[in-house]
Design a protein around this ligand. Structure first.
Ligand code: FAD
Length: 507
């Protein structure tokens, strides 16, 4: 045996799980296909980030029509949290039950908000959540945030005031940022403009490396093997995982543990189970139900640039405001459905614009950036069995996805645009994200009580294999309209407790 517990992946789920398990003395082995992200000047360089594959994978996936695309995702210690915008929100109470949308209904979770609340609290503490309770009208019951909200720079405060005058309830976006809290191995955040989408050169972002793997590795019973990709899980006919076959810098390797946890991200964890098909499990592991890979969700996302030519926006750290006034229902007389969630983007700089629109004159990029306030709009997409991960004949990943709930997203954009017009932004531009935008990937291995409709049970343990668990984004039966990471972290903490109980019972 190489370990009591082998975790595949060191991102939001895997990194948090490793930290939670570390103090209990069980031997933990984390396999991570990537390496540590180098700390270098390029971390904060927009051209490097958006126009090279220095940090993002260059592998190709295929869409439902067999067209190749490069997913915007990266493989490194800390997973995609190394690049995330660090907005960490709890799901709303109603997100755990059935929510009615224009295009259908969501799937209820086997557990409710109250089951997750203590784990949310713990995850917020570990990840330095800065926020303010009591303002967001859809906020679930909660205690105070562990850290105060990030302050608004003057221009953002004026926008917040203007939105409030429109009758809205803008609130400080909860952010996982280490400001001045003396966390070992990191320096406090300097509120720069290279945070959302960039790795933090200072290690001041609350990501799964700094807040998950690094504290976990302070324990002698935790081991991380980097640059080693799990290729296949080996199983016995008795419903047991017996080994992981992996590929590292020195070639093929095999690892054995008592218990295995998938934390490779929603797409890769599903692909791994499908790649682990055997004579006994010809459809892939844990897949008697045929549910592995299905119900992929990723949000309907739009970036929004709003321009007020009469006012400069000198804000540096912009990602501080959010609006949930249209989350539960639109408030529009002709559309009695939810629209979604709105939050700031990190400040769009001339460099970011130029990197993404190289044909724009530099002077135009500078002018736009000087006058714009930038937003990120998300609408919930609904689980659909045909939105799914499958494997092509050569084992590469095929991601079939047809978005639904489009009208709700369109209405969110239109409504937001009219509000922005009213508060002084005559020009409002949107950009919809395409299939390569897999940042918010969830679903694919959902948990539930019915083995015919889910892959894992409410403990996130496989219905079919007694020593296989999941701790990444794939367990979610519905996505909600808020960012997924905090729920992944909270669930990993919950799974840690289940594992401790399960392994203690066995010893
Ligand atoms: C640009 C960007 C901005 C984002 N902003 C936000 C935000 O503001 N708020 C928010 O909540 N979320 C945000 N997200 C999403 C967030 O990063 C993800 O939801 C979260 O990281 C998913 O956690 P996970 O554990 O499922 O997967 P990941 O964090 O992706 O971790 C998976 C890990 O598994 C490793 N791995 C994959 N396959 C294998 C294998 N076969 N063998 C070994 N290791 C493997 C990967 O290298 C990776 O380290 C953002 C994402 C991106 C890309």
């Amino acid at each position: 045996m190489d370990a009591d517990i082998l975790i595949i992946g060191s991102g939001a789920g895997g990194g948090t799980l490793a930290r939670a398990l570390a103090p209990w003395g069980l031997s933990i082995l984390v396999l991570e296909r990537g390496d540590y992200l180098p700390r270098e000047k390029e971390n904060w360089d927009a051209q490097t980030l958006f126009n090279t594959d220095r940090y993002h994978t260059s592998e190709q996936w295929f869409d439902g029509q067999d067209r190749p695309f490069t997913p915007v995702t990266g493989y490194q210690v800390g997973g995609n949290t190394k690049f995330y915008g660090a907005a960490i929100l709890r799901r709303r109470t109603g997100d755990f039950s059935v929510r009615r949308h224009k295009d259908g209904e969501t799937v209820p979770w086997p557990l409710g908000y109250d089951d997750f609340a203590p784990y949310y609290q713990q995850a917020e503490t570990w990840y330095f959540a800065h926020g303010e309770a009591g303002i967001d009208p859809t906020e679930p019951p909660r205690d105070a945030y562990p850290y105060p909200p990030l302050f608004q720079e003057a221009r953002m405060q004026s926008i917040r005031d203007a939105l409030s005058r429109q009758g809205l309830h803008p609130f400080p976006l909860p952010m996982a940022i280490h400001r001045d809290d003396g966390h070992p191995g990191s320096s406090p955040c300097i509120r720069c403009n290279t945070c959302d989408g960039f790795p933090c050169l200072l290690h001041a972002k609350g990501d799964a490396e700094t807040c998950g793997m690094t504290p976990a590795l302070a324990y002698p019973n935790v081991r991380l093997v980097t640059r080693t990709r799990a290729i296949r899980l080996v199983s016995s006919e008795e419903g047991h995982i017996t080994a992981v076959e992996a590929e590292g810098p020195d070639g093929a390797r095999r690892f054995q543990a008592r218990t295995y946890v998938l934390a490779a991200g929603a797409v890769n964890s599903a692909a791994l189970l499908l790649r682990s098909a055997s004579d006994h499990y010809p459809r892939g592991l844990a897949n008697s139900s045929g549910q592995v890979g299905r119900n992929y969700m990723c949000h309907l996302n739009s970036a929004c640039i709003a321009i007020d030519p009469a006012h400069d926006n000198p804000t540096v750290f912009q990602k501080t405001l959010a609006i949930n006034d249209f989350y539960e229902h639109s408030g529009l007389p002709d559309f009695p459905f939810p629209l979604g969630h709105i939050q700031n983007l990190g400040k769009v700089t001339p460099d970011i614009l130029l990197a993404q629109r190289p044909y724009f004159p530099k002077a135009l990029c500078t002018w736009v950036s000087r006058h714009s306030v930038d937003w990120w709009l998300t609408t919930e997409d609904l689980p659909h069995p045909d939105n799914r991960v499958t494997l092509k004949a050569d084992q590469s990943i095929q991601l079939s996805y047809r978005s639904n709930n489009e009208t709700a997203h369109y209405r969110l954009r239109q409504h937001w645009k009219s509000i922005l017009h009213q508060i002084g932004f005559p020009w409002v531009f949107f950009q919809r994200m395409g299939i390569n935008a897999v940042a918010h990937q969830v679903g694919t291995l959902r948990f539930g009580d019915d083995p015919a409709q889910s892959v894992f049970n409410r403990d996130c343990r496989s219905h079919e294999l007694d020593n296989l668990y999941v701790a990444d984004a794939s367990f979610m039966p519905s996505i909600s309209a808020v960012n997924p990471s905090l729920t992944i972290m909270a669930n990993a903490l919950r799974v840690a407790e289940i594992l401790r109980h399960h392994l203690a019972v066995k010893t």
